[in-house]
Design a protein around this ligand. Structure first.
Ligand code: FAD
Length: 255
């Protein structure tokens, strides 16, 4: 339950509020998760007046303001095709208008198409205070320890990478039972990330070339059984989706 609402227009004021121990104070992005009914009492710091919603290219990097909405990201021409497919799958048009890049990365569970595709791109987050640069893959398993009191201000993704996203779900608009995202750099570096299961998307491979990607995907989901699907099914489908991603990348124009 939200017990206090603040909308500072200076970053320093936002950080002062987030540093408070009492009441527990957290950033408010689009509020699509924080506005859900909850027993936990929190004060919120609305980010919308801090100018954190810009999307700008800088050389081979695309800088995403942490408060940029998923819809604005979908509308940005520089965004890789695979990321656009994952954003469309993540949420409906109305939720995409509110949900923010950082909010979606922080709140993601293993079934998040957006977090799966983003993790494949090895994004770098900027955390305040301290202007600390960290990889999303390092923060993801430590969100509860690392993020309290912090504000993500910027998320940087590479622009010269091809990205493909594939999934299976009960219905096209449903969250994935298994999804895969494959990113390939001009050097050949290939990252394979799986989603559809557990508390967070899983990095199955980060190698100098695509060799071994299918086996890595199969192995990564070998134990991924739950009431939605058996581990055997997920492991097989992860391999198939990874192959589809690799085939799709071959058809994409170089970036
Ligand atoms: C009905 C519904 C169902 C959903 N189902 C799923 C699901 O099954 N799986 C899934 O992964 N997602 C799910 N989502 C999440 C959805 O995809 C949202 O797009 C996204 O997670 C929320 O973004 P937001 O900006 O609204 O976050 P908010 O609600 O504003 O914040 C979410 C969390 O992120 C933190 N946060 C926000 N901004 C920052 C920042 N700049 N720095 C640090 N921390 C920050 C907040 O403090 C909070 O802890 C669902 C959402 C809805 C509305």
């Amino acid at each position: 339950m939200i017990i206090e609402y603040h909308r500072p227009d200076e970053l320093v004021a936002a950080l002062d509020l987030l540093a408070r121990k009492e009441p527990v104070t957290v950033p408010l992005g689009g509020g699509t998760v924080l506005n859900q009914p909850s027993e936990t009492e929190v004060a919120v710091v609305d980010l919308q007046s801090l100018g954190l919603n810009l999307i700008q290219s800088r050389g081979r990097t695309l800088d995403l303001g942490a408060a940029a909405t998923l819809q604005s990201l979908l509308d940005a021409p520089e965004v890789p095709l695979g990321l656009k497919a994952a954003i469309r799958h993540e949420a409906t048009y109305n939720i995409r208008q509110a949900a923010t890049v950082a909010g979606a990365l922080v709140a993601a569970d293993g079934r998040s198409p957006f977090a799966t595709a983003m993790l494949a791109l090895a994004p770098e987050l900027t955390l305040q205070p301290g202007d600390e640069k960290v990889l999303y893959g390092e923060v993801l398993p430590l969100r509860d320890e690392k993020l309290p009191g912090c504000l993500i201000t910027r998320v940087a993704i590479p622009l010269n990478v091809q990205l493909a996203y594939q999934y299976v779900a009960r219905a096209p608009a449903d969250l994935p039972i298994v999804c895969a995202a494959v990113a390939k750099w001009p050097s050949g570096r290939t990252r394979v990330v799986l989603g559809g299961y557990g508390e967070a998307p899983l990095l199955a491979m980060d190698g100098p070339n695509p060799q071994g990607a299918i086996i890595a995907a199969q192995d990564a989901y070998r134990e991924a059984g739950d009431p939605w699907a058996s581990a055997e099914y997920r492991s097989d489908v992860a391999a198939t989706l990874t192959q589809r991603c690799l085939d799709e990348i071959k058809e994409q124009p170089a970036r």
